[in-house]
Each structure stands twice: as C-alpha cells, then as structure tokens.
Write a protein of this length. Structure first.
Length: 292
C-alpha cells in the first residue's frame, strides 16, 4: 500500500515539474541570453513562455547602465521544442517580420554539430551603434543584408557560402549620403576564409581582399577612391564649411566690443527685457552705445 502511494506521489510530482517547465516564462530565456552574452545581447519586454515567445532584440556594447544600445523596431519570435531536448537535440526556430526573409531554423545535435537553414538577415546599419566604438562614432546608416545558403558548423570549422551587402550606405563622417552599395563575399569555408569586397554602385569606390585564419586572425587590404568628379564635390563642401566658419569668426570679432559693453543685450528673436536705467546719456567708455 505504501509503495502504491509513493508511486502515485512520484507521478504527481513529475507532472507538476513538467507543467512548471512547460509554463516557464520567457523572461528565463531572456536572462539566460543576457548572461551568456555578458549583456551584449538582450531580449527586452519578453512575453510568452520559454518555449514559445517573443521579445525586442537589443544590442549593447556592454552591461553597464551607460553602455550604447540599439534595438530592432519589431519583436523577434522564437519556438523551441521541449521534446527534442529530451533526446539531447536543440531545435530552435526564429522569425522576424522585417529582419528575416523566412524563418531561421537552428539545430544542434547531441554531438555538438550545428546546422543553420538558408535565409537572408536584413538589419538597419544603425543597429551597429549599439556595439559601441568605433560604430558609435561612424554612425553607419542604410541596410545590412547577410545571406547564406545553409551553414554547417562543428569542430571549429564552418561550411557554407556567406555574402553581406551594405545598401544605401551612409555615415555621419561623410558629407555624401548615401555614398554607395557594397558587397563582401566569402568562399564558404573556415578556417582559411577568403574575403572579397566590391562596389555595386555609388560615388565612393571600395575594393579589397583578405583572409580569416584559424583563431579568427583577420588580414585585409582595402582601397577607397572617389569616382571622377566626386573630389570636386567634396572639396566644395569643405571649402563652404571653412568659408562659413570664417564669416562667423569675422562677425564675432565685430560684435565682441558691442556685446562687452552690453552684457544684458538679448539676442535677436529672443524675448526682450526692459533695459536698466542709465545715469547719463553718454555712452560707456570703450565702445558705441547700446542701440535698440
């Protein structure tokens, strides 16, 4: 009789634990992601369950409160199979209305081999500012599209062609916007990855090649050259900036004596205040009188 009650209690306990696991909140996955990436990737405003939920993906330069952050404009959805975990396999599907052209399937076998389904990932280039330097200085604009036709990862190796494009490229450091459309192509293997950079269109021609060796060592040689006629445009922009700067400096020199004698004078367009009473009609020494 005691064995029967003990068996029923064990079954009930297992059912309760299974129910808790199946109803585990999405915040558990968000916390695990934040911890695994040291705060560089976060799932904000997570809702749903650990197995089927959605959240806003946030990229950050670190876990500090003052770290740079950037997020995708729409929610990322995921579906994780609990039954596959029982046999030691991770079966994860990700979907996003604008960032993924089709759902992304990630499968990890018990032996540690990873397979990633073919898709295209489209991200706003401004998302890179969340990674901190140097992107928060460059402040890239446009769209970054990364395409792959199925990836296989395992034992420190990768197989699968990957290409990346920077479309409508712009930067806060350039007076020309956008300044081009560029593509980075790989030969689909790692280590020994071959990189090729080429310009699709735009006034700024970028080209280069390089390799990624074992351990992630990158060697790359590139060249940037504006197309014919662009040099004059950029030069005119810089000349105009320096000419305007000279005019401002000249105006400042002329106004300095007047402003020195009229410290309370409002700027044109600002609310006027009544002037203080003067003791005499003579102008103060050192400059012309204050004119209304």
């Amino acid at each position: 009789m005691m064995l029967r009650w003990a068996g029923l209690a064990a079954v009930a306990l297992a059912a309760i634990l299974l129910t808790i696991l199946m109803m585990a909140p999405a915040q558990w996955l968000a916390a695990a992601t934040r911890s695994a990436t040291q705060g560089r990737l976060d799932l904000a405003e997570a809702s749903g369950t650990f197995w089927n939920g959605q959240a806003t993906m946030v990229v950050a330069s670190g876990s500090d409160p003052g770290a740079s952050r950037a997020s995708l404009p729409e929610a990322l959805s995921w579906r994780l199979s609990p039954w596959q975990l029982l046999i030691g396999t991770v079966d994860l599907t990700l979907s996003h209305p604008s960032a993924l052209t089709q759902p992304l399937s990630v499968r990890v076998s018990p032996g540690g081999e990873v397979s990633v389904s073919a898709t295209t990932l489209r991200l706003p280039a401004s998302l890179l500012t969340g990674l901190g330097a140097p992107f928060n200085t460059i402040r890239p604009g446009g769209t970054i599209a990364i395409t792959w036709s199925g990836l296989q990862l395992g034992a420190g190796k990768l197989n699968g062609a990957i290409s990346a494009e920077w479309q409508f490229a712009s930067s806060s450091l350039s007076p020309v916007s956008p300044f081009g459309h560029y593509r980075m192509q790989t030969n689909g293997v790692f280590p020994g990855t071959q990189l090729t950079l080429q310009t699709i269109s735009g006034p700024l021609d970028l080209s280069g090649s390089g390799t990624i060796q074992e351990g992630g060592r990158l060697r790359f040689e590139g060249r940037a050259q504006p197309l014919a006629g662009i040099e004059l445009r950029v030069a005119d922009d810089h000349a105009r900036l320096w000419r305007d700067r000279g005019k401002i400096a000249e105006a400042h020199d002329r106004l300095a004596p007047i402003m020195k004698n009229c410290p309370g004078r409002p700027v044109r367009g600002a609310p006027r205040r009544p002037p203080p009473p003067r003791r005499s009609g003579r102008a103060p020494p050192g400059g012309p009188p204050c004119a209304d």
